[in-house]
Design a protein around this ligand. Structure first.
Ligand SMILES: [Mn+2]
Length: 296
């Protein structure tokens, strides 16, 4: 029995469509290892502000989903600014507790990408495969001497869990990461943005994830900066929002989505909240997919 509720701020919360039957939403407002443009600590609040301004219509399911979109938002995890290890430990304890009390359908709003580490570690027995939307692999062994960083997070995840990873939108890859990915090519698959235009690639992804339990990690910088300018490491030539919806459709139709995170939204670099709104749209689609599974 994990004690965890005292580790929650309890706010902010999504101010609409609240209900205990929905997937648990947690905010992880941490940007302690950001190397370029800080500000993702404001991401969870901004996504929550945006979401109730959207029409709850799912492009994945092709219908209104007002009936399916219910948020069990527990607010932000209370994180001590600057304390990386302690912050990750608190996120881990909260996710453990949530899993025990509510089950594994959890959606975490970041924050920097490092917040995915304790979430995936805690849920790894519930997951067969990771789908990571990201410009970067985050597969460095260390970054500026640091083992725990937004730039090393998926290396730590892969070392600790060994769960296969499919990268969508990968395009900013260091030589070390490229060699590592090639060496582990049986478990690490890369799909660069332009190759996703070919329908056989989406078919290939559908075959890989067939009937598998999926954890989806969406780093918003996987999208083209034209669609998602408000991120901490904007990287040119990313995927489109249509490709992201197509991916979610394939996940819904072929795989079994278990949990997700949406990270790296940086409202300080955003334009008219478009990045928060796109992240909020993903929150709606993911919630609808998780809830529609229960009623199938
Ligand atoms: Mn990234």
């Amino acid at each position: 029995m994990t004690t965890w509720r005292h580790l929650l701020e309890g706010y902010p919360r999504i101010p609409c469509n609240e209900g205990e039957e929905g997937p648990v939403v947690l905010g992880a407002p941490m940007d302690w290892t950001t190397s370029y443009k800080p500000g993702t600590r404001f991401g969870p609040r901004s996504i929550r502000d945006a979401v109730c301004n959207l029409e709850f219509f799912s492009l994945v399911l092709g219908r209104p989903v007002e009936d399916l979109v219910v948020f069990n938002d527990l607010g932000d995890v209370s994180l001590p600014p600057g304390s990386v290890v302690e912050s990750l430990e608190r996120i881990r304890r909260v996710v453990e507790g949530v899993r025990e009390d509510f089950g594994e359908n959890i959606i975490v709003l970041g924050g920097e990408h490092l917040v995915s580490l304790p979430v995936i570690e805690t849920l790894h027995n519930d997951i067969d495969i990771l789908i990571v939307v990201d410009a970067h692999l985050d597969q460095r062994d260390e970054y500026l001497g640091n083992k725990l960083s937004h730039a090393t997070v998926m290396r730590r995840v892969f070392e600790k869990t060994g769960i296969p990873i499919i990268y969508i939108g990968a395009r900013a890859i260091s030589p070390e990461e490229y060699d590592y990915a090639v060496k582990h090519g049986n478990k690490i698959k890369l799909y660069m943005p332009h190759v996703l235009r070919y329908s056989d690639k989406m078919k290939e992804i559908a075959d890989i994830i067939n009937n598998k339990k999926i954890y989806l990690s969406i780093d918003m910088d996987g999208l083209d900066p034209g669609y998602a300018p408000g991120v901490s490491n904007p990287e040119p030539i990313g995927i489109t929002s249509y490709q992201l919806i197509e991916l979610l459709k394939i996940i819904n139709e072929h795989g079994d989505l278990i949990a997700a995170d949406i990270v790296e939204v940086n409202p300080l670099g955003d334009i008219n909240d478009v990045t928060s709104l796109l992240a909020a749209k993903m929150l709606v689609e993911i919630t609808a997919i998780l809830m529609s599974k229960k009623t199938r």
